[in-house]
Structures are given as structure tokens and as C-alpha cells.
Design a binder for this molecule. Sequence first.
Ligand code: NDP
Length: 294
Amino acid sequence: MTARIIDGKTIAAELRAQVAGEVARVRRDHGLTPGLAVVLVGNDPASEVYVRSKHTQTQAAGMASFEHKLPAEVSQEHLLALIAKLNRDPTVHGILVQLPLPKRLDTETIINAIDPAKDVDGLHPHNAGRLAGGFAALAPCTPLGCIILSKSVHTSLAGMNAIVIGRSNLVGRPLLQLLLNENATVTIAHSRSRDLAKLCAQADLVYAAVGKPEMVRADWIKPGATVIDVGINRLPTAAGKTKLVGDVAFAEVSQVAGAITPVPGGVGQMTVACLLVNTLRAACAIAGLPKPAV
Ligand code: NDP
């Protein structure tokens, strides 16, 4: 069997086009322009690339994009004061602090300072708690993207056996909650889990969010399963460059799976598209408008 490749690039482009359509509608009908503020501390090259991509895609969707670049040595008080200002700013509906932050800053305090209504990364305990309780919430973007990709293969995930490998607040835990909301039966695995291969072999849906290059092997996968690879690992090449690989051994797993996401071109493309969705939803909720059609 050769797996169907789940084309994250095309699905993300379709999602961005839907967001742009809804942004144009709320501006025309309600005079509302959703605005996203991104805060970048320091000059980590990978973070700079992500922030640039967010800026370009936010503007392309017709939203306002506000970038705040702060030096690596910025104080916690200064950063908290900026967040307080963005919380009060009526033109800003989404606030994203690019992670990771320099170690001397207290990430938890900074995330907790964001107004939950503007928490488009879905990391504030208010949103994490609401998601865990099965209530409407702003959910983290990468897990949202994983659900959309899964539903591009299966119209319903109800009753399917899913395994999520990884239990981070950013990916694994919220993905577990979103899968439960879709009525899947979910196992969540982590570094202490025993016999991962056996757990995976029972799954119709496999989500790998570990950060270990090509860890998931073909003999772990039930024939025909859908495999969503969240991992982004940079490996050095013989030519002295780097190449991206996921947490799944793509070449061999694609011979067993029914559908699989590539890296790059899979989940990564969805994350920014879902950030735009969350910003639009946050803007509509803050303005007291009905939930947008995306
Ligand atoms: P974290 O490092 O926060 O979490 C990794 C998780 O994997 C932990 O729960 C850890 O378990 C678990 N783990 C580690 N080793 C093993 C193992 N041998 N077997 C089973 N589980 C293991 O990573 P993130 O969740 O932030 O990211 C995971 C991957 O996804 C990374 O490659 C990251 O770059 C990528 N990523 C991609 C995004 C995208 O847009 N495509 C967005 C965000 C992340 P434990 O809790 O026990 O330590």
C-alpha cells in the first residue's frame, strides 16, 4: 500500500482564503478589522522566520498585523507592561508571544498576563481549562490544524482509536481534548509510556508530537491508518546544510499507512492558518458578533 499524501499546503491555502473571505465580510458588514499583535523577544533565527510568516499571512488575509520586537535583555516588567497595553488596545484582538522566551523571563507569568479573550495561541489556563472541560475555547493552533487535516481524510473521527504521542501544553494535551470533542477514543503517550509500538498498532489515527527524528516506524502502524506528523527536526546534511524531518519515518511508514502528512508541507502549514482563524474568531467574539463561518 502507498499512502495518500495529505497536502497541508493546499488545505492551509484553502483555509486562509476562507478566513480572508470572512474578514472582508465582517469589515463590510460591521466595520471590524481583526488585528493580531505578535511579540518577539530577542533574535532567534527560527522565531524570526515564524514571526515574518505570521505577519505576511495576517496582512494577506486582510487583517491588521502589529509586530513588537524587543531586545533579548528586555525586563519582565517591560514585557508585562506591553501585554497590558495590548490587552487594552481595541484594534488588537489577538496577542501572541513567540515562544520560547529567554530563560530568565517567566513564561507562565507572561502567558497568564494575556487577556484570555485575546489568547489566540490558546495557552492561557482559562482557555486550557475550558477546552479540558469541553467548553468553547480558543484552542492552540497546531492541534486545531491536526484535526482539520484528519477530517480531510475522514469526515467523522467518531469512534476511531487515536494515539497522541507527546503531552505538551502546546500540542499533545490540547490535541487529546480536541479529539475527545470529535468523539474519538484517545490514548496519550509520553516518554514513560511502555511498549509504544504496541499502543500505536491499535490506532486508526496516529499523531506524533515528540521532537525525535523519524521515531515512529512502519512496524508500529496499523495498515491503512492515518498518520499526522507534527515533529519538526532540523538535521545536518553532508553538504553542510540542514534538512527538515518529522517524528515519523516517512519513507517506510507511507508504505503501510492509508494517509500521511509530509514534513515539510503538512502540519506546519496549518499552524499559521489556524492562528488566522483564532484571530478572526476572537475579533468576532470581542465585538459581540456571531461566530464566523470558519
Ligand atoms: P515538547 O518537547 O514540549 O514535548 C515532547 C513530548 O514528547 C513530551 O510529552 C515527551 O514526554 C514526549 N516524548 C519525548 N521522548 C519520547 C519518547 N521516546 N517516547 C514517547 N514520548 C516521548 O515538544 P512539543 O510538543 O512542543 O513539540 C513536539 C514536536 O512538534 C517538536 O518537533 C516541535 O518542533 C514540533 N512542533 C511543530 C509545530 C508545527 O507547527 N508543525 C508546532 C509545535 C511543535 P514527557 O512529557 O514524558 O517528557
